[in-house]
Structure formats: structure tokens, C-alpha cells
Design a protein around this ligand. Sequence first.
Ligand SMILES: [Zn+2]
Length: 718
Amino acid sequence: MEFAARIGAAAAVASRRAERSLHRLARPAAFALAPVLLHQAKALQSVLVWLPEPQGERSGIVGDGDGPPLRLLAVGDSTATGVGAERLDETLAVQTARRLAGRRGQRVAWRIEGLEGSNAAQVLERHLPAVDDGPWDVILVLVGANDALQLVRRGAFERSVRALVAGLGEHLAPGGVIGLAGAPQIDTFEWLPQPIRSLIGGHARSLDEALQRIAAAEARAVHLPTPAILEPSMHAADGFHPSPDGYFVWSSLIAPRIDDALGASSDAHAVRHGIVPPYLLERIAAAPSAAAAVAERTLGVDRGIRAERAATSAAPSRRPGRPSLVPGEAAPDRTISDAEHATTLPGTEVRREGDGPTGDVAADQAYDGLGDAWRMLHEAFGRDSLDGAGMPLLATVHYGRSYDNAFWDGERMVFGDGDGEVFAGFTNAVDVIGHELGHGVISSTADLVYRDQPGALNESIADVLGSLVKQHALDQTADEADWLIGAGVFTDAVQGVALRSMAEPGTAFDDPVLGKDPQPAHMRDFVVTADDLGGVHINSGIPNRAFHLVATTIGGRAWEAPGLIWMDALTGGLSSTADFATFAAATVEAAIARFGDDAAETRAVRDAWAAVGVTEEEPQADAPTAEAVRVARTGGMLGRTRAAVLELEVIPGDDRDRLDTLVASGRLAELDGQALPDAPMWRVTVETRCDVTVAEPLLPDEVLALFRRLLELGDEPA
Ligand SMILES: [Zn+2]
């Protein structure tokens, strides 16, 4: 903590001196004073390297799988060596390696080569020669921060990086990729006083443009944007380096891009959406029981499996030319296969559409469950199968030996039999079948990315559809429904009722082996974790509870108004990276479109998202004229919301002019609705003239500063 104070004091001194020289000059002229600022920046930099590099072996291996590991090298400055993290496994390099391992179902061998304080020229000179142990599949280059602080000329920086990329290219495996991490967004470091912040921040942006140009010109290189990390918890004690959470967010942004860049030649892209989350299997595996061996095996299969049909899973088998749905004509098209306890898919066909029961309980339950799911989609939403175009419904039962999971592999449902000790089987829970097919509906619509908030949203919508399949099959109202996912999958020996509870997330089980249900029911309890792809099965409790609240508030059949609103939001152009707040806004819009702004249905949707903390509580509507300007900052990894409601008159004249000019310019409207993963979102409403939601990293400095001032000015009492 002392570091921060020392740095703050030093920076303040440096800045005060610089300000004396600069205060009459416009920012473009600041470079004329480069020698003065160079001195200040160097003084600043000398105090910025107080945090130690994490100690330990700078190489290792993460993930599971049988094949050869993917090889990842991180080379560069203190963000390569992981300053700000206490342990090496919290660094950007290792967190990125772990994410790549999870995404690809492949081990990743990583190594770090670098030194804090290095600029691009120094990395070229000192560290490139040390890279003699290729070939590497991924080389992550982290330079630019020190070049920015030292105000290294852009041309010189660009030459160093080009030489570095050329040199590293010699150590790159065929099909490998060089990731050029963007320069840090120093202009968002609020502790850094002006004008140094703008000067160095502006220079960092200019260096980042150089990195983008180099990546664009070099076929094997890709530019990896660095997020603006504004939450205090995302910074280490020096206020400059990311904290472990900051590296976590950063890795969540770059790992998918690296994976995509590697992707063309890879067959490891199919994501398996298992109903039983990995953390449950890990707990069972850690417990002394026969089920442990099974869970261990299930984990191994889950991680190690490669989609044999990567080519087809990317594009669900559609039927081109099929006429649009005529009521009464469409029907499900089911095929059930039996893997006979092997793990080869699809197995032997045992029942086709229209055939009578086979006598095999699992096969017949799967057949009936697929029928229930198809009927719910058809009767409630007018949707013919998962893709709305009559996609055949395929399932395989008796997958593996005592396999403890059921999953959707992008093409078919696959059911294990369970171990008989913890899991009794999966085909007997129609909501599990509905959940897995829900993933099929999602992948053919918004195709929400399966990690972090979009991933938890994906899981939640699958739970909603799964529960609706069950409620529809039983013709239950929202009040009659149990709102459980997977009731009946546990044996009697387990102290728990189901895998999840939508009504009361966190209460589905509390068992000596399984532990306690980890789901939160409110944003204040949002779980930040690298496990389970960022907690996709954990944080889904929050939107699950929102849907339950909507359904029980409106009352009646949940697949009617509540289900329609959710489906409208899902199918109405939702971004694949939508976070909870974005989806909440989409459901409100869908409710307004269907029922009107003042309708009870719309109110129920607004209230539900506020009740789970995704949006702020609605301000009391006693004085509508007072809400001339409303500014709210929401989302981000932590999903916090801050909002201010202001009358125009209370905004100082200069800022009122700036706001008017900004609204009139249409610049905000251009940025409206572009979401970035984990980025905080600003929603700004100005009378009836403007209502936009913009991702914070997209906002120019001066606009962000204006929004922050407005937020301060009208901060709502808690
Ligand atoms: Zn799922």
C-alpha cells in the first residue's frame, strides 16, 4: 500500500512541475516540451517499478488432454513477467494459457521471457536471443508501456517491434500466431495526474496504432486490444499494473482472439455444454467413493474429447428450401441412438420418428423428452425445432460407462447413465433435455459466447427453456412449477433436490460430497472465477432468478408472456457478447414492443432486473420532469451500477454546452449498442433527444470525463 502513496506523491510533484510549464499550452504543443516531460516521465517510471515480479519457475504446463500440448511463449515487459500478480499462475500468460487449454481441450505448455522496465528495443536486444527453444504455437508480445512512459518516438518503436516480430517469426510453428498485445490505456489511469496522464496516454495510443499497423501487415500477427481497466480492484497496489483480477479480465479478452487466429487449422472448436458443471464433478472426484472414479473419468472425457464432426457441428444440419411453418403440418423429426457404453457417436440407431417404444427406458425417455421440447417450442413460440427450420432432433443414450453428464455437442443430445451413487441418470429429467436443446436454440440465434457473463446468460436461457419444456409438458402455471433444473437426476443418497433452483439460486443442494450449491441470486454476490469458463453455471443463477420473478409476478403460464419476452430478446438481434445488463435492456424493449411501456408485463421485467441488481432500482416516478438527464454506469466484470438523474439547470453551463454539442453531433448514436466483453456500459438519456448505451472503452477521453462529472454531480443516494 505504501507503494501507491509514494508513487502518488512522486507523480504529483512531477505533474506540478510539468503543469507550470504546460498550463498555457494546448495539448498538441506538449511534445515541444518533450525534454522536460521526458525527465518527468522517467522520474515517474523509476517509481513505477516497485512491485516485485512473481517468483518461481517461468514455465509450466496447464490443462488436460492426451495429445501434444499447445506451446505458448510470453515475451516482453513487466506485464509479461506478471508484475501485479503475486503468483505466476495469476499472470496474463498463465491465465491465457489456462483459457486456451479450456477452450481447446488441450494442454498448454507456457514460458515467460522478459524483464520489467523493458521497452521494445530492449526486448529485441536482450530477450529475442534468449528465445531459442521453439517452435511456439503462440507468441504473446507485451511491449509499449515503457516506450510510452519514456516517450520513445513512434518511428523507433515501430522499427523495434517489426524487427522483434521478424525475429520471433523464426521460432513460430507452422500455423502459429504472434499476438501483439495493445499498449495500455494509460489515459484511463485516474490516479495519474494531468497533464502527464493525457500526454503519456496519448503517446500510448499512438504506439498502439503502430502495433495495429504492424499486425495488419504481418500475416501471422494479430493485434490484441488491451482493455481499459477502471475498477480499482483490477489494478495492483501501484495503480499501474493489473491485479490478478485485472489479468483475468485481460486474458478473457485476448484468449478467444488467439484461439480464433489459431482456429482455421484446429478441430477443437466444438463446445460441449454439459448439464453437470465441472466443479461438481471435481468435488465428486475428490471424495472417497466409487462415484469418484466415475466423475474423474467423466471429467477426462469432457476435457479430452474432440468433436469428430467439427465440420458439421459448426452448422447445424438445416433443411434448405423447407417451406415456412404451416400450423398443423410441422412435426418433430427424432432419431435416438445407443452408444452401448462406448464414447463413439452417434452409436446404433434404435428408434426413429413414429416408431413404437423400444423397451429401453433411457431411449424411450429421450424420445419422449425430445418430443416435449419440440412441442413447447412449436406451440408456445411457433418455432419449428431448434433452428426454426425443422432441424432433426438427434440423441444418443448410454454414452460411456456410468458417465456422469448429459451434453449438447452442437448437433445432438448425449446422455450418460450416471454412476448410480450420486447421479441416477439424466433422461428422466425433461428439463435437462429441454436445457440441452435450449443450447441448440441459442446457438442458432444469438449464439452467446460460452464464457463469463455471456456464457452465464447462455446457461440461464438454456435453464429457462428447459424449465418451460417441463412446465409446458405438465401444463403448470408459474405458481405450480417447481423451478428446479434436474430434479430427479440425483440418487436418494444425495442431500439435494436438483442441480439448480431458479426460484432460490444457491439452495438446490447442500451435501457432504457435492458441497453447497454455489449459485448467487443477486449481482452483489456475482462470483469472479477462472473456473467453469468464468462461472457460467454459477452466475447463471442471477438471470435465472430474474426470469422466475417475472413469471411469478405476471402469473399464469410462464411460456406465455414471460417466455415470449425472453425469446423476443434472444432472437431480436442480441449480440453474442451480451452481458446481463445488455440482455436486461433487450427484454425490457421486447416487453415494451409486445405489451407497451406502462403494461404490467413491462413493469414486471423492469422490477425483476432491478431486484437481482442487474439494473438499478427505478427512480420513484413522482416528478417525471426532473429526469431531464440520466447517466448510469453499469456492467463490467463486477456488474456494479451507479446512476445519476439531473435537471438540466443544475449542470454547469460549460458541461451543458458540451452535452448539447455531443448529442447534436450524433457521435454517441454511432457507438450505441456496441458491447465489449466485460466492459462497463454507460447509458445516457437526455430528455427525448438521446438514449444510448455505449461501452466505456469506446468513449473518447473528454466524453468519459464529462459523463463522470455528471455522475458525481447527481449521484443518487444509496
Ligand atoms: Zn448448459
